[in-house]
Design a protein around this ligand. Structure first.
Ligand code: SAH
Length: 286
């Protein structure tokens, strides 16, 4: 395969990067980014290497999960509509695993504090007196839109962007989303909104956006399965109904989408991939 493996070109300098200790009895609440392992932070990579136990979301990509060194890994997340481990149980597990003296990595898709309930986990750890570190990650709204060739705040076209959720605790569109304010924002990026696409589009139109305004559905961004489907507010519901409801998807609305046609075709967006492990060949370990 062409290209390079990740070996620092300046090993001597890289070796001097001093990573704060991931101490036994603590929790790192880390973001894994939108999917491409290349979008992990160095903190997250360090935690993947050194954690004793990992609790991860279903959203974290397989190539990133493969980087976890410990066999003690548990999926505690949920996929849209799927089974879900109760948040309180996750909070309790984090506290008890840390109190048992483990280095606990809580790994979440994107950024842990953006629509990820990381704040609740941080509060639970704080109130239990468990030491923890919050490791930010590249949120899908930032990394996923970039991967799709959408310059979110292109000068002259957009001076404001909003990240909004299309999903409340019951799975419906949150009652308190202020569509008048959203419609006045240049660019709107909805998370967890595929099932509500029709209603969201209707509400944006009612609040003043043009029915023929372009929108984009960005699914599995920054992974080899990335798909970007363009539609308009008027066709949003019909287009959303044909998309895979299980693929994590962003809905993006705003004038900057017009630039995608010029950027995306020439953009290099191949993600980092894990090559097969050296011993993963027929015949097994020599
Ligand atoms: N903490 C995460 C968001 C969790 S909510 C973050 O900061 O990105 C889950 C939603 O994130 C999904 O429903 C989808 O809207 C969005 N999402 C996460 N990863 C994505 C990806 N690779 N491509 C598109 N959308 C993604």
């Amino acid at each position: 395969m062409p290209g390079f493996h990740v070996v620092p070109t300046n090993l001597a300098t890289a070796a001097r990067l001093h990573v704060p200790e991931f101490s036994p009895g603590s929790v790192w609440l880390a973001g894994a980014g939108p999917g491409d392992p290349g979008l992990l932070t160095l903190y997250a990579l360090h935690a993947l290497n050194t954690a004793d136990v990992v609790l991860h979301d279903a959203l974290v990509s397989p190539d990133i999960l493969a980087l976890i060194a410990t066999p003690r890994r548990h999926s505690v997340g949920k996929r849209a509509g799927g089974a879900r481990t109760h948040q309180l149980r996750i909070n309790q597990s984090l506290v008890s695993l840390a109190r048992a003296g483990h280095r606990v990595l809580r790994l979440k898709g994107g950024d842990p504090l953006i629509f990820g309930r990381g704040g609740e986990e941080a509060l639970a750890l704080a109130s239990a007196g468990v030491p923890f570190r919050i490791v930010p990650g590249i949120s899908a709204g930032i990394g996923g839109t970039a991967g799709a060739g959408i310059p979110l705040t292109h000068r002259t076209l957009a001076r404001s962007v909003v990240f909004a959720t299309g999903h409340d605790a019951q799975g419906g569109l949150p009652d308190d989303l202020d569509f008048v304010a959203l419609a006045r924002t240049d660019v709107v990026v909805f998370y967890m909104a595929l099932r509500q696409a029709d209603l969201i589009a209707t509400r944006l139109i009612a609040a003043g956006r043009a029915p023929d305004e372009a929108i984009a559905f960005v699914s599995d961004a920054t992974t080899p399965r990335q798909r970007v489907i363009e539609a308009t507010l008027a066709t949003a519901g019909a287009v959303a109904a044909r998309l895979d409801p299980h693929a994590p998807t962003l809905i993006v609305a705003g004038p900057v989408l017009a630039l995608r046609a010029m950027i995306a075709p020439l953009q290099q967006a191949t993600p980092m991939t894990l090559e097969p492990a050296p011993y993963a060949v027929a015949g097994g370990v020599p």
